[in-house]
Design a protein around this ligand. Structure first.
Ligand SMILES: Cc1cc2nc3c(=O)[nH]c(=O)nc-3n(C[C@H](O)[C@H](O)[C@H](O)COP(=O)(O)OP(=O)(O)OC[C@H]3O[C@@H](n4cnc5c(N)ncnc54)[C@H](O)[C@@H]3O)c2cc1C
Length: 504
């Protein structure tokens, strides 16, 4: 098997998601099946990827004039509670205004009451990479920064792909079945076979804070009645998201000032101090939603479809489109089943119960790992959250405990390992694979050192290291610009100037 990714693992829509493995209670209003399927699959995912998931508890505040009053909100949660055991989550609790304020003092005093809801957070970049690692362990070849530029055809049959590596080298690979699993890009790739895949692509953005700003995750109603979420992840906060039809270039999705204002406006109502926190960056991604005419974007189904293009006269070519991260495993299972039918294989999928790498055995307590390997307990927790029970194999002698950054406990040993063993080729890849520059410094204190560590593994010259830093700093700046106010711009100019000076 050959797996090709034109960017980096998880760098598409998946990395720009809200980082949740959830059931989606709002789909209960119009699509119970999606809630059931994603809750069920979420249950499998949290047991095969235990080190990558953590509980995320929401407080859903109810304010005067909200679309749902407290009774309606509680009724919805009572229905959702029936699904919660499928994903090993707890039922809701109804809170008075006083109880909600005690739990979350940042909430508005206008509160009437609240309900709680439990979901799972996940590191989507690591989840994708764990699947890649697993595929490689089962004999696959997996190449990132390698783009499929054409499909090789023999009459009405797809018999392989033509692909370009990051150094421009062109290659070909033949296969009995080619799978198009390219999210929002799937119409582009299916077009190479001359068959249409129709999506209703929808853009969503997030504002990212490099720390937690609330005790709990919080939902808010937007001006047009949509449910928005402030998600308190392990060490950072995501505020999102928008959902707008998207017609632009999928490889260049910008965050607009209007979108940022839309989110602030909604959260200011429930969490009045929201504008006083300084965001680190923004993210933007495009949902690969199945096509439907006329419906309001937010109400579109998150269903998926496995398309065997033989029905359109093209053999050897299958597309998986639509769906959600929370049911990625089920989508992959059904796609593999379609491929196996074509190949005449009868084996049954075991991915619902087979642990992903790092989950084959129980993890030892982080403090024990920390003591034995002479790293801080926080560094051990972070290491285990990425590598599970394989954490120790990442550490390497003397460099085990030396940190790359003051604000994010990432060790040089882990960064070297990522470059050596985990296909990290750029500093942005290192952000995805091991959380480089994810802390409050957003890279200003650590990317130079990180370029040295990665460069030593990949044989970068001094100028290649500087180029890598420049490229990263520019990307980070573009992601941050939409959330910098006037004083933020001034500080950013100063920081950029200092960095340019350091880079000569
Ligand atoms: C703002 C937002 C928030 C969301 N939040 C959640 C959430 O919290 N939970 C949830 O369950 N779902 C969420 N979703 C939905 C979920 O993120 C997506 O459904 C899912 O991640 C899509 O995964 P995918 O693999 O289909 O697409 P992608 O993650 O985009 O993967 C497709 C990959 O194909 C690669 N590719 C494209 N063309 C080529 C080519 N020619 N050659 C080689 N590679 C190519 C791309 O680089 C990309 O990495 C969210 C979506 C958005 C937009």
């Amino acid at each position: 098997m050959l797996l090709l990714e034109k960017g980096d693992w998880g760098a598409g829509t998946t990395g720009g998601s809200s980082w949740m493995i959830h059931g989606g209670p709002r789909y209960l209003e119009f699509d119970w099946d999606t809630t059931r399927l994603s809750t069920q699959d979420a249950g499998y995912i949290v047991s095969i990827a235990r080190n990558l998931v953590y509980r995320v508890v929401f407080i859903i505040p109810v304010l005067p004039h909200d679309r749902n009053n407290i009774e309606r909100m509680e009724t919805a949660m009572e229905v959702y509670d029936r699904y919660q055991p499928l994903k090993k989550a707890h039922p809701h609790t109804r809170l008075t205004a006083e109880e909600a304020l005690e739990a979350e003092p940042g909430l508005t005093r206008d509160l009437i009451g609240a309900v709680t809801m439990e979901e799972w957070g996940v590191d989507p970049h690591r989840l994708v990479y764990a699947n890649v690692e697993d595929a490689v362990a089962h004999g696959a070849r997996a190449l990132n920064h390698t783009k499929v530029v054409d499909l090789i055809r023999d009459g009405g049959k797809v018999i392989g792909v033509r692909y370009r590596a990051s150094d421009g080298t062109m290659s070909e690979a033949r296969a009995r079945v080619v799978v198009n699993a390219t999210g929002p890009w799937s119409p582009e790739v299916s077009g190479m076979a001359g068959v249409p895949v129709k999506l209703r692509a929808a853009k969503g953005i997030h504002i990212v804070y490099p720390h937690r700003i609330s005790n709990f995750s919080i939902s808010a109603e937007s001006i047009d009645g949509r449910d928005l979420l402030m998600v308190s992840h392990a060490g950072f906060t995501l505020l999102g998201t928008t959902d707008d039809d998207f017609y632009g270039d999928l490889d260049s999705v910008d965050v607009l000032q209007d979108e940022v204002e839309y989110l602030f406006q909604a959260f200011e109502r429930v969490f009045p101090t929201i504008r006083s926190y300084r965001p680190a960056r923004t993210t933007a991604a495009v949902r690969p939603t199945l096509y439907k005419w006329r419906r309001y974007e937010d109400e579109l189904s998150r269903r998926y479809e496995v398309i065997d293009h033989a029905a359109q006269g093209v053999e050897g070519f299958v597309t998986i489109a639509g769906g959600k991260l929370s049911m990625y495993r089920l989508m992959a299972e059904q796609t593999s089943d379609a491929v196996c039918r074509k190949l005449g294989h009868q084996a049954k999928s075991t991915t619902a119960t087979t642990p992903l790498p790092g989950n084959e055995s129980d993890m030892e307590p982080a403090v024990d790992l920390a003591r034995r390997c002479r790293i801080t307990a926080l560094a051990a927790v972070k290491l285990q959250s990425r590598h599970g029970s394989h954490a120790e194999r990442v550490l390497d002698g003397d460099r085990a405990g030396r940190l790359v950054c003051r604000c994010e406990p990432l060790t040089e040993a882990e960064l070297s390992y990522a470059a050596r063993r985990e296909q990290v080729r750029t500093l942005a890849d290192a952000f995805r694979r091991v959380g480089l520059a994810a802390g409050p410094c957003a890279g200003s204190a650590c990317v130079m050192r990180a370029a040295e560590v990665i460069g030593a593994e990949l044989g970068w010259s001094a100028s290649q290291r500087f180029d890598a830093v420049r490229e990263f700093v520019r990307g980070a700046w573009l992601g941050r610009a939409p959330v910098l106010g006037p004083s933020g711009w001034a500080q950013e100019e100063l920081a950029q100037g200092a960095m340019r000076g350091l880079l000569a």
